[in-house]
Design a protein around this ligand. Structure first.
Ligand code: TXA
Ligand code: MG
Length: 349
């Protein structure tokens, strides 16, 4: 299959190109498109065969459910059997935007989309391209991140093509995304609500509206000891580049020293080392160093995290050593992704 790339202005997308992509979606095809979080790989969420093709293209295990994207608030009623208390407040405050809500699913949603669960994950993205595409397609759009399963999520169309060229009909190139990390996932089917995946909307923001929010152990940004105690599925390596990832957490001074020590040790073993540093500390290290963002502005780190991981792969790095951040605010989402990329290799100094 030849993948068609449609380049559009992210703010004012060319309606003819979007209509063409929407037609492909309606016909059961796959379209990758930018959202404000990461690129998504879309299919008609109500078309079982189209959704199955997402799993094939991504090589995604069939037991991992998809998020369904809508462009109009009313469409949530098609997908959810009913709206749990507090959902309307959350939708009003955070939609369109990077918050995914788990709701009791309606009969309209096929089993393949939710992997047979009785809940459906729903999100209304804010990106103009995503909104126009879903509106034009006039169907709810199931869309996981547009990467091969297990790889870092794509934040540019080039990343999508690296993984999925020849495996999908269309890639809409709308430039680099805004946040760089996947949406926050909150379950409203528990009391209190449970944060399942930290993301751009922070726990602190959710607590402001909901009061109590339970943070699922899998969403926490804790290192090895805790990771070991989690359910087996949570120990899988995720968001993973080809290189081994080591993340070092703790007080900044100690982190720098540990990273220098580890870098030297790996180099002595003949490994090519890449250091993922914050701007404040980059001059402390030698060799291949990539600045991921500013420690003082974690959003800048979030935006570049997956991009830097992919860049190190391109450069043939064997071991990525990354500075940890404090797991508060957006830092929680960053540490969740880094810790998952590192598997067991999270070090606390
Ligand atoms: O920002 C995002 O959410 C991006 C963009 C494209 O919208 N999408 C995304 O999808 O990150 P994906 O498939 O890469 O991650 C969705 C996560 C998976 O971990 C999946 O297990 C979980 O959401 N999920 C989906 N439906 C669920 C459900 N009913 N219950 C529990 N978890 C669910
Ligand atoms: Mg994903």
């Amino acid at each position: 299959m030849e993948t068609l790339v449609l380049k559009v202005d992210p703010q004012l997308p060319d309606a003819r190109k979007i209509c063409l992509a929407a037609e492909v979606l309606r016909a059961g095809g796959l379209v990758a498109f930018p959202t404000e979080t990461v690129y998504g790989l879309g299919a008609n969420a109500l078309d079982e065969r189209a959704v199955l093709r997402i799993f094939e293209a991504k090589k995604r295990p069939a037991d991992n459910p998809l998020i369904v994207h809508i462009a109009d608030l009313e469409d949530v009623h098609l997908l959810a059997e009913h709206l749990p208390p507090r959902s309307e407040e959350l939708m009003e405050r955070f939609w369109p935007g990077p918050l995914t809500l788990l709701l009791p699913r309606s009969e309209l949603v096929p089993d393949v989309t939710t992997a047979g669960l009785d809940t459906v994950a729903v999100r209304m993205p804010s990106h103009p391209v995503a909104r126009m595409l879903i509106k034009e397609a006039d169907v709810p759009v199931a869309a996981p991140s547009a990467n091969l399963s297990g790889r870092p999520s794509p934040t540019t169309a080039a990343h999508v093509l690296e993984d999925l060229s020849g495996r999908v009909e269309v890639v809409i190139d709308g430039g680099e995304v805004e946040f760089g990390l996947e949406s926050t996932i909150l379950s409203l089917t528990t009391t209190p609500p449970t944060l399942l995946r930290p993301g751009p909307i922070t726990v602190e923001e959710l607590q402001e509206i909901l009061g109590e929010v339970r943070v699922h152990p899998a969403a926490r940004a804790e290192s090895t000891e805790v990771a070991l105690a989690l359910a087996p599925g949570m120990k899988y390596r995720h968001y993973a580049p080809k290189a081994k990832v080591v993340v070092v957490e703790g007080p900044v001074q100690a982190v720098r020293a540990k990273i220098r020590e580890l870098a030297q040790r790996y180099r002595e073993m003949g490994k090519k080392v890449g250091i993922m540093a914050t701007a404040e500390n980059a001059s402390e290290y030698e060799g291949l160093v990539e600045v991921v963002g500013e420690r003082q502005r974690p959003k800048t780190v979030a935006k570049n995290l997956f991009k830097v991981l992919r860049k190190f792969d391109e450069e043939g790095v064997d071991v990525v050593i990354a500075e940890g951040l404090e797991p508060v605010g957006v830092g929680l989402a960053i540490m969740n992704r880094l810790r998952k990329a590192a598997g067991q290799e999270a070090i606390r100094v």
